[in-house]
Each structure stands twice: as C-alpha cells, then as structure tokens.
Design a protein around this ligand. Structure first.
Ligand SMILES: [Zn+2]
Length: 255
C-alpha cells in the first residue's frame, strides 16, 4: 500500500474512532492534508463518520472546493478545515465536532477550559473561544465560507484547540493519530474539570508540565501505537491498521 493509500485508510479509521468514542455523531468531521501538495486535503463527503468508507473520501483544495468533479454533497463546514490549513502550514490534520462536554466552556465566559488531567495536556495552556457573532453578526452558527474559516483559524492562533461559542470545537495537530488523541481527550478533560469545579477549585497543569508532556510525545512510538490499536479495535476496524514496526509514514511530522 502506498503512503497515500495508508493515509486515506487512517482517515477512515479516524472517522470510525471518533464516532465510537462519542466525539462526533451524525455531525462532525476529520481531515488530513495531502502529504505531497500542501494546498489540498482529504475529507469525507457529507456522511456520518461512523459510516465512512474509502470511496467516500474526497480531495479538496485550500479554498474548500473539490479538486475533481463531485456530484455528491460535501460538508457545509469544510471551510473550518480549509481555513486552518490555509493559515497554519504546520497543521496536517483537523477535527471539528460538537462534543457536548466542551460546550459549557464556550458559553460561560468566566470559566476557561484548562488542561487538568495528564492526557488533556495537549489542549495547551490557553484555549481560545471563537464567537462567530463578533465578526459575522447573527448567523446559523455554522462555518460555511472561507472568511469564517479563516477567522476561526485566526482565533486558533498557534494553538491546538479553539472552542466555538454555542457550537463545538476545532482541533489541529501534526498527524491523524495526534488529532484523534487530542479530540478524544478534550471532552474528557472538560468533563473532569466540570466535576472538579463542583468539588472545589481545580488545579490546572503547569506550563512546565504541559511542556514536559509535549516533549515526551513521539508519533508512532509504542505508547502512541497502543492507543491507536485500542481505538481502532474498539471501533471495529482493528484489521485496517498497519504494522507498529512500519517505518514512519511520510506524513508524520518531522520537527
Ligand atoms: Zn459544526
């Protein structure tokens, strides 16, 4: 299988994993940048992530438009992905979802989402909240054009996650596995923070702890693979993943 085939297979697995782990439901999506053409990315046609197969994956350009003639419906919110890829050359994979546990932090202004558990460290020390109304007035809250996608990406800045007021979140990372991990642990971190707030004042991870966690992460390390294998198996696609000893694919981030 070529690197591109593996990448698309991993994108299918990522969709199924995010569905199984309740990050997405009928809505929400994950994409990956083309490893050989940074101005393109892959994402499914408009379909619930749990149902996605290889043939559902389409290639879009950096403006969110299909590269080939496409009769099938596309995600209305594909501009979230296009906006982030256009703005952040370091980002190779993006997730957008409406996971319920994170929503309170996008609505309650005084309460900031913070990393409070070790597995939540990857959300970063400061998680911005993007409010579509600030620049675009009253909308249906969906990100349906490049201006909105770029504005969201601006709010994301150099970070990994932006919350979207009254809607959901966008997360960005250097690989599919990394963005899946980030998006799986983000709602869990939010849930734990909310529970801790009922019991007292939560203690967030320190800057040093966040940095130490980031420094210790290696794509395709045995620890990373363990999670990928576990999630894929739970999602019913354990037979679709490659070999743990395979050389790092070209799309893995190289610092
Ligand atoms: Zn949405």
């Amino acid at each position: 299988m070529s690197n591109l085939d593996t990448l698309i297979q991993d994108l299918v697995i990522a969709n199924r994993v995010l569905a199984k782990e309740d990050v997405v439901d009928a809505y929400g999506h994950v994409s990956v940048r083309h490893p050989d053409n940074p101005k393109r990315f892959f994402i499914s046609r408009s379909l619930a992530p749990e149902l996605i197969e290889r043939d559902d994956i389409v290639e879009l350009d950096i403006e969110g438009q299909p590269v080939k003639d496409e009769k099938r419906s596309l995600y209305l919110e594909r501009f979230i992905h296009a906006g982030i890829y256009a703005t952040r050359p370091d980002v190779m994979a993006v997730v957008h979802a409406h996971a319920e546990d994170i929503l309170p932090f996008g609505i309650a202004k005084a309460t900031k989402l913070k990393p409070v558990i070790h597995s939540g460290s990857f959300i970063g020390g400061k998680v911005p909240v993007w409010d579509i109304r600030k620049k675009f007035g009253d909308t249906n809250l969906l990100v349906t054009n490049m201006a909105q996608g770029r504005d969201l990406a601006k709010s994301l800045g150099k970070g990994s996650v932006a919350l979207m007021r009254g809607h959901g979140f966008a997360s960005a990372a250097r690989s599919i596995i990394e963005v899946v991990r980030l998006s799986v642990y983000l709602p869990r971190n939010a849930r734990v923070q909310l529970a801790a707030m009922q019991a007292g004042k939560p203690i967030p991870l320190s800057k040093g702890e966040i940095a130490a966690r980031a420094a210790g992460y290696k794509p395709r390390s045995p620890e990373t693979w363990r999670a990928w294998e576990y999630w894929a198996t739970r999602a019913g696609c354990g037979d679709m993943i490659g070999e743990p000893d395979a050389p790092a694919p070209a799309y893995d981030h190289k610092p």
